[in-house]
Design a protein around this ligand. Structure first.
Ligand code: F6P
Length: 328
């Protein structure tokens, strides 16, 4: 493998944490050391990069983290990195240590900052998709999505017990400010009658028709999954509207919130994170940069950061179709 003069890499996590980020950090650190690269951890994302919160890591620095949620490097959404002055300081901190490349684990906002950073200062950057939202182009899945979905369906299964016992409709709000992947997948996997998401129009009337159909076929409870960024508003607003027109059953709302981001990563996320961490380091060694490492089917692929954030990863329409067929 061509070493491409790469000697020192740094890794950070930024934006919303996601289960499996630690597994990705471990993979980056251990594979860097395997290829005789020095590796540094940047704490608190771009904020720590600006404030020089950077430490050398060794194989033991990442012991016992594979199975843990959150991120040992901590995360932040940095306002200062949006300014040229902040990015200049960040670059100087990397330069003073002779760091040639920066691996960023995060989502849309993280990659937008990283792309700008490479363009301005020529530092090599490589993105690893770490977000529960699964909304990046260039990877079938992002790290954290599978674990978050497991948390959601575990909660919905429990909610269903009480929904059934009381003949109630439950509106369960899940994360996804701009993306409905969690809502769509969890609706199918938990037997919900509908997913209300940002990418797909559904009217209150459509929802009422579904509820009426359910009632005609003697359904005594229903679950509706609402993405927080759904076009009909928040779960409480939708529940209020539905109650005005469908009063046979009482409506209840549960907002799952940040529990979706916590907890141990699933086996899927641990394996994905391990593969992408090695893929990121090997890609940099091969001379790739300004891209995101992803996995499509079984292949490790590299997508320019600008495409990863601007092209939309297509929602699998079949999920909705199957949900409609099965949720009668
Ligand atoms: O970007 C991931 C995400 O989980 C979104 O789905 C959600 O809207 C957002 O983070 C919440 O972020 P915060 O923790 O800053 O409230």
């Amino acid at each position: 493998m061509n070493s491409n003069a790469l000697k020192k890499v740094a890794v950070l996590t930024s934006g919303g944490d996601a289960p499996g980020m630690n597994a990705a950090i471990r993979s980056v650190v251990r594979s860097s050391l395997y290829y005789n690269l020095e590796v540094f951890g940047v704490f608190r994302g771009f904020e720590g990069l600006i404030e020089n919160d950077i430490r050398a890591l060794n194989p033991r620095s990442v012991s016992q983290i594979l199975q843990k949620g959150g991120t040992i490097l901590k995360s932040a959404r940095s306002e200062a990195f949006r300014e040229k002055e902040g990015r200049q300081k960040a670059f100087e901190n990397l330069k003073s240590r002779g760091i040639d490349a920066l691996i960023v684990i995060g989502g849309n906002g993280t990659f937008t900052g990283a792309m700008k950073f490479q363009e301005e200062f020529g530092i090599k950057v490589m993105g690893i998709p770490g977000t529960i939202d699964n909304d990046l182009f260039g990877s079938d899945f992002t790290i954290g999505f599978d674990s978050a979905c497991n948390t959601v369906i575990d909660a919905v299964d429990k909610i269903r017990d009480t929904a059934l016992s009381h003949n109630r409709i439950f509106f369960v709000e899940v994360m996804g400010r701009d993306a409905g992947y969690i809502a769509t997948s969890c609706a199918l996997a938990s037997g919900a009658i509908a997913a209300i998401i940002p990418e797909r129009k559904m009217s209150i009337e459509d929802l009422i028709s579904k509820l009426n159909r359910g009632m005609e076929s003697k359904k005594v409870s229903s679950i509706i999954i609402v993405a927080e960024g759904g076009h009909l508003g928040k779960a409480v607003d939708i529940a209020r509207e539905v109650e005005k027109r469908f009063s046979y059953y009482e409506s209840k709302v549960t907002i799952l919130g940040h529990i979706q981001r916590g907890g141990a990563p699933s086996i899927h996320d641990r394996i994905l994170a391990s593969k992408l961490g090695v893929g990121a380091v090997e890609g940099l060694i091969e001379g790739k940069s300004n891209c995101m490492v992803g996995k499509i089917h079984k292949d490790i692929v590299y997508t320019p950061l600008k495409d990863a954030i601007s092209k939309t990863s297509k929602m699998d329409e079949n999920l909705h179709r199957i949900s409609d067929i099965l949720s009668t």
